[in-house]
Design a protein around this ligand. Structure first.
Ligand SMILES: [Zn+2]
Length: 129
């Protein structure tokens, strides 16, 4: 027993390799941008944010995937599927604000989680004509 009382903030940690593999099964987030089951805690609370960095040499999609319930996360990079346009709710930020936000991964994930709670995320994915 500890006498710490309430914790100020939940600890963030990485998904294990098996959990990441479980996350990649099933429909892709691009096709169905909604919460899915967490392979770690079992709650339907896994969320994602995808970003196409403009400075990437090849069309790339960086994805941030996290569980809102148990605060595990994983970041991945993949080729940007041709013809898919990714909206970016963070485009309102200046380059400096964005750099600052992304400077702390935990801070960034906390920010994304709040955006999801307020309905800004999930973003939309549309086929370019
Ligand atoms: Zn979880």
């Amino acid at each position: 027993m500890t006498a710490q009382g309430e914790q100020a903030a939940p600890q963030w940690g990485s998904f294990t390799g098996d959990q990441v593999a479980a996350l990649t099964r099933g429909t892709s987030f691009l096709a169905e941008p909604r919460e899915r089951d967490c392979p770690a805690c079992g709650r339907r609370a896994v969320r994602a944010y995808l970003n196409a960095p403009p400075q990437a040499r090849r069309p790339t999609l960086v994805s941030y995937v996290w569980c809102s319930a148990c605060h595990r996360f994983v970041g991945t990079r993949a080729a940007h599927p041709a013809g898919i346009v990714v909206s970016d709710p963070l485009a309102v930020l200046s380059a400096e604000q964005r750099r600052e936000l992304e400077g702390s991964l935990v801070g960034f994930l906390t920010h994304l989680d709040r955006l999801w709670d307020s309905g800004v995320l999930p973003q939309t994915f549309t086929a370019a004509v």
